[in-house]
Design a protein around this ligand. Structure first.
Ligand SMILES: Cc1cn([C@H]2C[C@H](O)[C@@H](COP(=O)(O)OP(=O)(O)O[C@H]3O[C@@H](C)C(=O)[C@@H](O)[C@H]3O)O2)c(=O)[nH]c1=O
Length: 185
């Protein structure tokens, strides 16, 4: 498995090996020992999958607060996304900064986003299916969404902002300034 660190090195890009033959391919998409060797000792307890039908479906920026904060390991089964992680750890030298990466079924890559980051993605292809592992179970009372188009965060989603589709929850998300008044990390 190849490892690539992004500008914020806590965010890791992983490329699991893919063995292709005339039948198709085989790949270990998660292997606890291999992940541990590259410093990811997370115990994952839940797997999630979502389908987004259109290009420009934007989900985020999400996180759960303690005691249900989550590490996430995200991959794409079909299609492609631009995946974004925002550092929301007060006191971190990269507080408020974001990193992004294209994750796709063609690239066969994964992104690891630990506790302390708000996470989101936008679909780059129709019928994109995202699969991710999380280290804590869903706890809606601890869920929080920060605005994807927050002017302070100034995220380059690489898509026409008038063409995105967001959930009602995400269109009512809090601003980053509001998060800063009552931070979770
Ligand atoms: C996240 C989640 C949602 N749900 C339910 C609640 C709701 O009725 C329905 C859809 O939920 P949402 O609108 O929150 O789904 P979505 O907007 O896809 O939320 C996801 O976005 C990405 C960016 C993340 O990082 C994830 O952790 C998660 O927050 O699914 C669960 O049952 N378990 C879960 O773990």
């Amino acid at each position: 498995m190849k490892l690539e660190l992004l500008e914020i090195p806590d965010i890791k890009l992983l490329y699991p090996k893919k063995f292709e033959d005339e039948r198709g391919f085989f790949s270990e998409t998660y292997n606890q020992k291999m992940f541990s060797e590259i410093g990811i000792d997370t115990k994952f307890v839940q797997d999630n999958q979502s389908l987004s039908r259109k290009v420009g479906v934007l989900r985020g920026l999400h996180f759960q607060k303690a005691p249900f904060a989550q590490d996430k390991l995200i991959r794409v089964i079909r299609g492609s996304i631009l995946d974004v992680a925002v550092d929301i750890r007060v006191g971190s030298p990269t507080f408020g900064k974001n990193v992004f990466a294209e994750i796709s079924s063609d690239k066969w890559n994964q992104i690891f986003v630990p506790v302390g980051f708000a996470h989101g993605f936008v679909t780059l292809e129709p019928d994109t299916e995202v699969h991710y592992k999380v280290s804590n179970t869903y706890a809606p009372e601890t869920e929080c969404s920060i605005r994807w188009d927050d002017p302070y965060l100034d995220i380059d989603w690489q898509i026409d902002p008038t063409k995105v589709t967001v959930s009602e929850k995400d269109s009512n998300a809090i601003s980053f300034a509001e998060y800063c008044r009552n931070p979770a990390f």
